[in-house]
Design a protein around this ligand. Sequence first.
Ligand SMILES: [Zn+2]
Length: 289
Amino acid sequence: MEPYAVYAIRYGSHERTAAQNFIGGDAHEAASNLDYYVWLVTSPDRTLVIDTGFTREEAARRQRRIFQEPAEGLALMGVEAARVEEVVITHMHYDHAGSLGAFPNARFHLQDDEMAYCTGRYMAHEFFGLPFSTEHVVEMVRAVFAKRVAFHRGDEEIAPGVSLHRIGGHTMGIQAVRVWTESGWLVLASDAAHLYANLEDVRPFPIVFNVQEMVDGFTKLRGLAETPAHVIPGHDPLVMSRYPCPKPELEGIVARLDQGRAAETAQGAPPTRARSAVPTPDGGCPSPA
Ligand SMILES: [Zn+2]
């Protein structure tokens, strides 16, 4: 089985406090920012994109910081979004399922439960519906009728060495992606684990559909991965400092995930990041991640 290269492409960020990232809050007043990512999985034969992020327009509406649109981030890696054929949508929240229109030739891989969730009864409650954008959901419905959605139920392989795993919890049908790499099985958790601290300390994130499934999901994610360190959380800024940058000009924008953490790489690069691309904090927003 050919190993894949896996990249996290950071396209935005949001300043918030630790109390906002854990059910029950947090004893500390410290900042605990969220970064926004899409992920690129490549081999000589295949290119898969995991999630489609949000656009500048959506960022303005939700008062989120955006560095480049996800398609522009992919272009920095030499991938033309319009030519991508396989896109996994981990879940339908606005920061994962926007900019679908930038992928006109893609088939979208989605769990049955997620489509049912984002078009069903819970969307009538603001608590569940706020992180969804109506337009994204409508676009996905259009994609269904255009025969561009591949539905999955539970755990399914979509390519040799790439499988999808329904986790649930954060949303009804959120799925993680497991990828075979030269350092073993890597698991892109997306929002099944927002931050390392949610996962490692079993402190669930407060935007949640089912807390029990979220907590059981932490165990499942670890079980799918080569080691617990092979689980990549969906919004943790530490991903950018723990993993090496593939090219100096992509510092703060792209991290390569499939060859181990920065301190473990052959060149022994220190896990420091200048973060020069990080702009000043924005005003914050009650709208969730
Ligand atoms: Zn998210």
